[in-house]
Ligand binder design. Structure first.
Ligand code: C2E
Ligand code: MG
Ligand code: MG
Ligand code: MG
Length: 285
């Protein structure tokens, strides 16, 4: 993040880093017109039934000059410079289009979209999200939004008000990256979220890290006590999946199940997955 970079120290490589950030920031400003954005989807499965319960939409950017830039690099810059709302708008429109294809033939229950703190605090953006929800009312595929605690730290009253508006409209809400920020039990209790996503940093090395095991186990127990659904991200192997299931985690997301992929590959993947796991129920296309 820009603010973590020391202002002017004469270290080698700093100019290069600074110029890259500047370049990314400038190119982001026009990216929704110049193209290069793509929405990928990563499946989530129920740990007990193995059914696919939804997909998370993840933004990809392949710039003609910079090449592929990953969200961990460009999202924070977009947040800092205000271009995030045009990106969120782009993601929302793309997801709504893709939902038409998914709802029709694949009966995917849910597409989940990441919201930045800026989005959650922006009344105009909330109106757009509510309109999006209305536009897919009755569709087999529903929208869900993933939020982080950042907005709550900045302006809890506004964030909570907007979350209640969304909940009243029937929008599903998930707390993302749980455990990494300032998330607290008391805060979680007053939020209308129905799902908690355990951050991948606790899940990636679950198999050999005893501390991570304790944290994840306790988080699942706490979520259950608050009647929240729990989803673990960053599940990379079968042993992790088994541990999570044993501890009562509901849903998994991670490379063990599938990596994020573009819509056409997702459609193929869903077809093959359902045919091999649920041959009786598979409807032909
Ligand atoms: P996130 O919302 O926590 O998304 C999960 C990230 O974990 C994704 O990274 C996903 O590709 C990665 N992941 C999933 N399973 C595994 C696994 O098994 N192993 C490993 N090593 N990684 C896994 P990605 O796509 O690079 O996105 C990074 C972050 O950028 C996201 O974290 C989210 O905070 C942000 N982001 C991505 N797309 C959007 C977007 O459309 N809007 C906003 N506001 N933020 C976005
Ligand atoms: Mg997310
Ligand atoms: Mg997450
Ligand atoms: Mg995360």
């Amino acid at each position: 993040r820009l603010r973590n970079i020391p202002a002017f120290t004469y270290q080698s490589g700093l100019d290069e880093q600074y110029l890259r950030k500047l370049n990314i920031t400038q190119r982001l400003q026009r990216v929704t017109e110049t193209g290069g954005l793509e929405l990928h989807y990563q499946p989530q499965s129920c740990l007990s039934t193995r059914k696919i319960v939804g997909v998370e939409a993840l933004l990809r950017w392949n710039d003609p000059e910079l090449g592929p830039v990953f969200p961990d690099e460009f999202i924070p810059l977009a947040e800092e410079t205000g271009t995030i709302s045009s990106l969120t708008q782009w993601v929302l429109n793309q997801a709504l289009n893709d939902i038409k294809a998914l709802a029709l033939d694949y009966r995917l229950a849910m597409v989940s979209i990441n919201l930045s703190a800026n989005d959650l605090l922006d009344a105009t953006m909330i109106q757009k999200l509510l309109a999006a929800q209305l536009s897919i009312a009755g569709s087999a595929t529903q929208l869900e939004f993933e939020i982080t605690e950042t907005a709550l730290v900045q302006d809890a009253d506004t964030a909570v008000h907007h979350l209640h508006q969304m909940e009243s409209a029937g929008i599903g809400l998930a707390m993302d990256d749980f455990g990494t920020g300032y998330s607290s039990l008391s805060q979680l209790k007053r939020l209308p979220v129905s799902k908690l996503k355990i951050d991948k940093s606790f899940v990636l090395s679950l198999v050999d890290d005893a501390d991570d095991q304790s944290i994840v186990k306790a988080t699942i127990a706490m979520a259950k006590a608050l009647s929240l659904k729990v989803i673990a991200e960053g599940v990379e192997n079968q042993v992790s999946a088994q541990l999570l299931q044993q501890w009562g985690c509901d849903v998994m997301q991670g490379y063990y199940l599938a990596k994020p992929m573009p819509l056409n590959r997702l459609i193929q993947w869903l077809k093959e997955y359902n045919e091999s796991h649920f041959p009786q129920e598979t409807v032909g296309n």
